[in-house]
Design a protein around this ligand. Structure first.
Ligand SMILES: Cc1ncc(COP(=O)(O)O)c(C=O)c1O
Length: 411
């Protein structure tokens, strides 16, 4: 989609151009993942993979007469467009806008709101989202309220003046699952919009736009890229009017990702379906192993029958429950710290969604920006451990957890 650099929201025309992904609309998800976003037959050189267009600007044939619509890379870049089209196709959206990080995608979405607007958000979101909402955007007049979006009654009682319902499902780090049908129906009845951070599930397992959500958010840093070598984000919509609004705010605020990052992220996305299959398999086996281990107090994984919203997860996630598994150790931070220090294969690091297995403690790490009492209130106990289960051999992963759990046992 080629929006002009100078456009304001009111000046922009409806996007009519055919996108490379349109050729693949009848194909299955796995085929789309491999091909969408780039058409080698339409490229002058026939390049099978998209070149990295490392240019900030483009020659014009006359004043305000850009060649093929390309004016300036903040506004248009072919490598970014390839990634955007591919992500839009996988989420069953019409447009995607890729950003310099997941936070920049969330920030761009919130820029479309105005002072006084009420955003009702899931209470257990990524800690950085809480920080952005409470410490930055609240200063500009946005109002935030937090609810347990895993609780159907709470969802059905959204405040009447809700402007946007913002949630993660499964959420980070407690793996709370929200019923998307209920969320969308209640919000839309009030005239509110719904944004779903789909970072944990990815479109390989769950496509919120199919449930009527208005926006999908991604930290593409995670599974979409999948190799822990790029930071990025995306906003996906399936309504041309919303696309215009997001585009206008992104172009004006300059929150895009670089062509090089777009290239790497698209390269990672080509194997999303295969990686997710293995993440799901390993995640399920690790969750079962932890559930049976005497040192473990509680396991949080949507694929386990013990998960409070297991039935909802079964209904709205296809093909598995992902690679994120959280669990609680009764010995709190000392035991959890001993565990991570004893791991040989699981690497102690923030982030998630890469091919390699990572382990982290939300309380002192990814969710440290939340006040401790708030953390405990929403289930982020001091002994909570979060795993990003990678695609290594499953037995090796379980053996590593077993030896580290045994070595960190409290006597
Ligand atoms: C669910 C979720 N959303 C958004 C973000 C922010 O993404 P980024 O780190 O790419 O800015 C994260 C980061 O961990 C996340 O886990």
């Amino acid at each position: 989609m080629l929006f002009p650099a100078s456009a304001t929201t009111t000046e922009m025309s409806e996007p009519t151009e055919q996108k490379p992904s349109d050729h693949f609309s009848d194909y299955a998800f796995d085929t789309k993942a491999v091909h969408c976003g780039w058409d080698p037959f339409a490229e002058p050189t026939g390049a099978v993979m998209p070149p990295i267009y490392m240019t900030s600007t483009y020659v014009q044939d006359g004043p305000a007469n850009p060649r093929n619509g390309y004016e300036y890379t903040r506004t248009q870049n072919p490598t970014r467009f390839a990634l955007q089209d591919a992500i839009a196709a996988l989420e069953n959206g019409t447009s995607a806008f890729t950003c310099s990080s997941g936070m920049s995608a969330i920030h761009t979405l919130m820029l479309t709101l105005k002072p006084g607007d009420l955003i009702v958000a899931g209470r257990d979101l990524y800690g950085g989202s809480h920080r952005l909402f409470n410490q930055i955007q609240a200063r500009f007049g946005l109002r935030y309220q937090y609810i347990d979006t895993g609780d159907q009654a709470a969802l059905e009682n959204l405040p009447a003046d809700t402007r946007l319902l913002y949630l993660e499902t499964p959420s980070n780090p407690t793996l709370c699952v929200t019923d998307l049908k209920v969320a969308v129906a209640t919000a839309h009845k009030l005239g509110a919009q719904v944004a779903v951070d789909n970072t944990f599930a990815t479109p390989a397992l769950q496509r919120p736009l199919d449930y009527g959500a208005d926006y999908v958010i991604h930290s593409t840093t995670k599974y979409i890229c999948g190799h822990s070598d790029v930071v990025g984000g995306a906003i996906v919509v399936n309504d041309p009017k919303l696309a215009e609004t997001i585009w206008f705010h992104q172009n004006s605020a300059g929150t895009q990702n670089s062509p090089f990052d777009a290239f790497l992220t698209l390269r990672g996305l080509r194997t999303l379906h295969l990686r997710m299959e293995r993440h799901c398999l390993n995640g399920m086996r690790v969750a079962n192993f932890l559930q049976d281990h005497p040192e473990v107090e509680k396991v949080l994984y949507p694929g386990l029958e013990s998960h409070p919203n297991h039935a909802v997860a079964c209904a709205q996630m296809e093909g598995g429950f992902g690679g994120m598994v959280s669990f609680v150790l009764p010995g709190g931070v000392p035991q959890a710290t001993a565990l991570v220090n004893n791991c040989k294969l699981f690497v102690l690091a923030e982030s998630l969604g890469g091919v390699e297995s990572l382990i982290e403690l939300p309380a002192p790490m990814t969710h440290a920006s939340m006040p401790p009492e708030k953390r405990r209130e929403i289930g982020i106990e001091d002994g909570l451990v979060r795993l990003s289960v990678g695609i290594e051999d499953t037995d090796d992963l379980i053996a590593d957890l077993e030896q580290s759990l045994n070595a960190s046992r409290l006597d």
